[in-house]
Design a protein. Sequence first.
Length: 744
Amino acid sequence: MAADLDQAREILRRVFGHAEFRGLQGEVIGEALAGRSALAVLPTGGGKSLCYQIPALVRPGLALVVSPLIALMSDQVEALKQAGVAAARMDSGLEPHEREATWRRVESGELKLLYVSPEGLASEVVLRRLRHVPLSLIAIDEAHCVSQWGHDFRPDYRALGRLADLFPGIPRLALTATADARTRADIRAELRLEDAREFVASFARPELALNAERKIRSGRRVAELVKARPGRSGIVYAGTREGAETLAEELAGHGVAAKAYHAGLDKRVRAERLAWFLAEDGAVMVATIAFGMGIDKPDVRFVIHADPPASIEAYWQEVGRAGRDGAPAEGITLYGPADMNWALRRIAGRGLPDEVRQVQVRKVRQLYAMLEGLGCRAAAVRRYFGETEAEPCGVCDICVSPVEGVDATEAAQKALSATHRLAGRYGRGRIVDHLLGKTREVSPAEAALSTYGVGGDLKAAAWRELIDQLLFEGLLVEDANDGRPLIGLGDAEAVRAVYRGERRVLMRRAMTAEREGRAARRTRAAEGIEPGDAATFETLRAWRREEARRQSVPPYVIFADRTLADIARERPSTLDALTRIGGVGQVKLARYGAAVLEVLRAEEPPSIIDRARDLRSNMSTPEVLLWTHLRGRALGGLKLRRQHPIGRYVLDFYCPEARLVIEIDGESHGHGDQPQRDEIRDAWLRDQGLEVLRIGAADVMRDVVDVADGILRIIGERGPPIVAHRRSRGSPATLPPASGGKSE
Ligand SMILES: [Zn+2]
């Protein structure tokens, strides 16, 4: 036994060129060498195939490998031949004389591995011939295809259970990269592996940074994302063939080497494009899920879901095609409530047995719960697959910039109520207009509804997001209505619970804050609000809002924004000082003066400590110090972002207009492999056309004013860009255009 494992190790080194087993490989191989069956769930890139290839070479006889796809088989057979292993495949693509030649090699005992399709194994002729051949083991790859709960269900896989009777005593290995507990139970039952040991590797893929964002103009967004990764190979998944064609054209129009791939294409065209993708550096394949299992290109740097996958299993499999070489890679998913709706409708339309339908519906909901979730995405996926101790990954969008749930129950009540009163006759845009009281050519009947104009406290974008959220939660439902979806109330019991305040609705703060924050900053700049006065200005506005509501008058009749801005800047402490501010007449002074002074008194000017607390907690003291100093200084209207994600890196400070990155290096930067890692990172950033400035943390602590001066000088020298700043919707990993580059 131990001798067998030594021999296995020797083969690993000699044939496959690896020094040591990885992860659970050794254990799974040991089980097969001992002649026992096993079920192994090993992540993509985890060396799954070696788990049967090595025992196949150690044990006497022929190893039968069941694989669902010809492409997958031919890849593996080719790789084995390259390694000098006698392997062949038996599939429908072979000419009769080729089949016969293969059979002769099987029957003479020359072959060590034979790859067959599940359909092939359903043939009585094939089975009869195989029964006279001594077998070393039977490996069933992509074993999750046996489960009817999954998206890859293949009825032919079901028939593989009888191999247990046909070949008694031969160890059978079921392998897959993706299987939750239910799928694993299915595999055991269907493949008759009740007593087999189960090996489930961790699903951690530390090199893979996951991102998800709500879909807004997805075609354009995909082009933006792909262009921000120039020269990188990637896969863009689209939900439909037409979608794949359109996107591929759009990307090609942007100068990206992109081609479409889907089942509607001629077989030869598909083969050509697959070959092109595998060979080309920086190729982008825009594909439906027909482009799937068997794509073993190691240097795929990103997988973008222009339309979301079918389930978390599908998600993990599809994003898992990025970064097989272990270098950093990204999975980015664009999703929206309409996608979820479509997925649910498709399931409903399939006429499935109740139990199957319910499981599939749950899988869709679990996928969207992960995409919409407030926690680490990688950890959510790993928990889904049954890992109990999944730590946050540190590289997904949520780890990089945590989001917080804010209570939006009151707003949700308004939106639900408005939808109810509009009786499901309108789409999202019209409901938002209704809430804002901005419906064009509104009918007197609609204007008379109590919900008309009740939503002035939120911006249109926030209402749209909230309505999406309610759709995700099933509180609202969408009727497709031939592409002009109408929105109506969802689950009545749940809606009532929200009305009664028993069910809270949480919104993600980061998304709303990011977009609104941007708008607010623009507005404030126009209003002449200094960053340091913004909080006071907002407090004054909140007071004004309350006052206006109490009197049932529009806020601006109390004080104009401009007046509030001046008050926020001057901070008058007496009525006399207040009266010198434009817009504060005697009557207003008498009516509101005392209240305004009270608001100002109650609002302590923000101390440096408060400001620091308001910063992300993962900033170091020198970073906070420098930020606080830079923030108050004239940047000439230029933005300076902190903790800004680009690619898989988080930059300490980033000035997009000057294309300048500022890194504050603490003590750790002098030790271990950190200098080398910094170098790789800086080289990558420079490749993106960015200048990197490294400043020692100690220098910041010693003389922050001097350091800040230096930075401002450099920003001044690098100057503002010639081109207009491209909006990136605050997404990670997008880069502004190179300065001097041409505009879109
Ligand atoms: Zn994470």
